[in-house]
Design a protein around this ligand. Structure first.
Ligand code: MLT
Length: 404
C-alpha cells in the first residue's frame, strides 16, 4: 500500500499565484467582456532583447552540426557563463567569488526551493513576514515547519521576522536564534531594501550564531540608489555564512526561458562539511544542466550590447513602477516600494482585508493584483502590484483605480 508524503498534506490551500490565477479565470468566465489587466504575478511582458535573440539563433544553429552540437551540459554550468558571471557580477563589485563557486541552473525558483535539502531536517528556519511563499512552502514539504495555525497563518517551528511600516519593512534580528535565514533584497513582495551597513549586521549575526543566510538577489538589477548592496558578498565575512541565488528572469526577461544561478563559497561550512560539495553532489545526481542554447543566451546578457539593451528594459519597467507609485499616492493610497524594485506595496483602503481588496479591485477596475496576506500574516491589509505589465496597461490600470 502506498501512502503520500504527509508533509505535503500539511500545506494549506494551493500556491498563492495559482489561487490568484484561478480567481481571475472565474471572474473572466463570469464577465467575458471585461478587459482584465494583470498586475499580479511578477511575470515580464517585454520581448527578449535583440542581443539575446541573436545568441539564441546562433546557438540553435550550432546544434544543427555534429562539429558544434552539444549534449549534456557540465554539472555546474558551462565555463563561458560561470567565468563571465564571476567577472561581472562579483569581481567588478569587489566580491571574491570564483567561477567554480557558481552553479548554473534553470532558474532561481527551483534553487530557492531546493537549497533547503542540504540542511538537517531539524534546522530552525527564519523568514521575513511577508515573504515569497516558496521559502516557507518548500520547508513545509521537507517537514521542517511544525504545525500550521489557521488563525494566525503561521507555522509553529518557523521564526517570523515581521516587516512592517513601523520598521521600514526591514526585518530585525530574531529573538530566537535560527539556523537558516532567508533574506530577499530588493524585497519581494514589499519592494523595500536595506543598506550595506544593515546587511553587514545580518552577516555578522549569522557568523556569530553559526547560521546560514540564503540570500535571494533576484531583483538586484532594479537597484537605483547608492549604498544598496547588489550582492551579499559585498559584506565582510559573507563567504563564511551566505548562499546567494540569482535569476535571469527579472533582469533579462527569462521567465519563460529559464536560467539562474546559485553561489556557494567553498569557505561555507555546516559543522565540518563544505556546503559546496553537498550542492555539487545534489546537482550531479538530480540535474543535467541548463540547456546550452539558454546558457549562450545568458552569456549575451553580459556583453556591452546586452547590458545596454537590458538597462533600457529595466528602465521601462521602472517607469511603470513610478507610474503606479505616483498615481496611487495621488489617489490617496499609502504606498512604498517601486524605487529599487519592480513591486509596489500599498495599504488597502478603509481597513479592507487583502482578499477583500483583491475582489474589489477586480470587480471595480478589472485589475488583478496580489493580496498581501498571501505572503504572510504581516501582509494583511496590504496589496502588491507589479511593474512588469506593459506601459499602456499600467497607465490604464492606474486611471481605473483612481476612478474607483
Ligand atoms: C512573484 O510574482 O512573486 C514572482 O514572479 C514569483 C517568481 O519569481 O517565481
Amino acid at each position: 500500500m502506498v501512502w503520500p508524503n504527509e508533509d505535503y498534506l500539511k500545506l494549506p490551500g494551493s500556491y498563492l499565484f495559482s489561487t490568484v490565477a484561478r480567481k481571475q479565470r472565474e471572474f473572466s468566465a463570469a464577465h467575458p467582456d471585461a478587459k482584465i489587466i494583470r498586475l499580479s504575478i511578477g511575470d515580464v511582458t517585454q520581448p527578449l532583447a535583440p542581443v539575446i535573440i541573436d545568441a539564441l539563433h546562433k546557438a540553435v544553429d550550432e546544434m544543427a552540426s555534429a562539429e558544434t552540437f552539444k549534449g549534456y551540459a557540465p554539472d555546474l554550468g558551462y565555463e563561458f557563463l560561470r567565468n563571465v558571471i564571476s567577472e561581472k557580477d562579483y569581481k567588478a563589485r569587489g566580491c571574491d567569488i570564483a567561477p567554480d563557486e557558481i552553479f548554473v541552473s534553470d532558474g532561481a525558483k527551483g534553487d530557492c526551493g531546493n537549497i533547503q535539502e542540504i540542511f538537517a531536517r531539524d534546522c530552525k528556519v527564519a523568514v521575513c513576514d511577508p515573504v515569497y511563499p516558496v521559502y516557507v512552502d518548500t520547508n513545509v514539504m521537507a517537514g521542517r515547519t511544525g504545525t500550521y495555525d489557521e488563525k494566525t497563518g503561521t507555522w509553529s517551528d518557523v521564526i517570523y521576522m515581521p516587516c512592517t511600516a513601523a520598521n521600514g519593512f526591514a526585518p530585525e534580528l530574531p529573538k530566537t536564534v535560527p539556523d537558516l535565514i532567508y533574506l530577499c533584497f530588493p524585497n519581494n513582495p514589499t519592494g523595500a531594501t536595506i543598506t550595506k551597513d544593515q546587511l553587514q549586521v545580518w552577516v555578522d549575526y549569522a557568523n556569530k550564531e553559526g547560521a546560514v543566510i540564503i540570500y535571494d538577489a533576484a531583483y538586484e538589477a532594479y537597484i537605483s540608489e547608492e549604498n544598496v548592496p547588489h550582492s551579499i558578498y559585498e559584506c565582510e565575512g559573507a563567504r563564511e555564512c551566505a548562499i546567494e541565488i540569482h535569476s535571469f528572469s527579472k533582469n533579462a526577461g527569462f521567465t519563460g526561458v529559464r536560467l539562474g544561478y546559485t553561489v556557494i563559497p567553498k569557505d561555507l561550512k555546516a559543522g565540518n562539511v563544505q556546503l559546496h560539495s553537498l550542492w555539487a553532489r545534489r546537482h550531479g545526481t538530480k540535474y543535467n544542466g541548463a540547456p546550452y542554447i539558454i546558457q549562450k543566451a545568458g552569456e549575451a546578457v553580459y556583453t556591452p550590447e546586452g547590458q545596454a539593451q537590458l538597462k533600457e528594459q529595466v528602465a521601462y519597467y521602472m517607469k511603470n513602477a513610478a507610474t503606479i507609485r505616483e498615481g496611487l499616492a495621488a489617489a490617496g493610497y499609502t504606498v512604498s516600494g517601486g524605487v529599487n524594485a519592480p513591486y509596489i506595496w500599498l495599504q488597502t483602503p478603509n481597513n479592507m482585508t487583502s482578499w477583500e481588496f483583491f475582489d474589489y479591485l477586480l470587480e471595480k477596475a478589472n485589475v488583478v493584483g496580489t493580496p498581501g496576506s498571501g505572503f504572510g500574516p504581516s501582509g494583511e491589509h496590504y496589496f502588491r502590484l507589479t511593474a512588469f505589465g506593459s506601459y499602456e496597461n499600467t497607465v490604464e490600470a492606474i486611471e481605473r483605480i483612481k476612478k474607483m
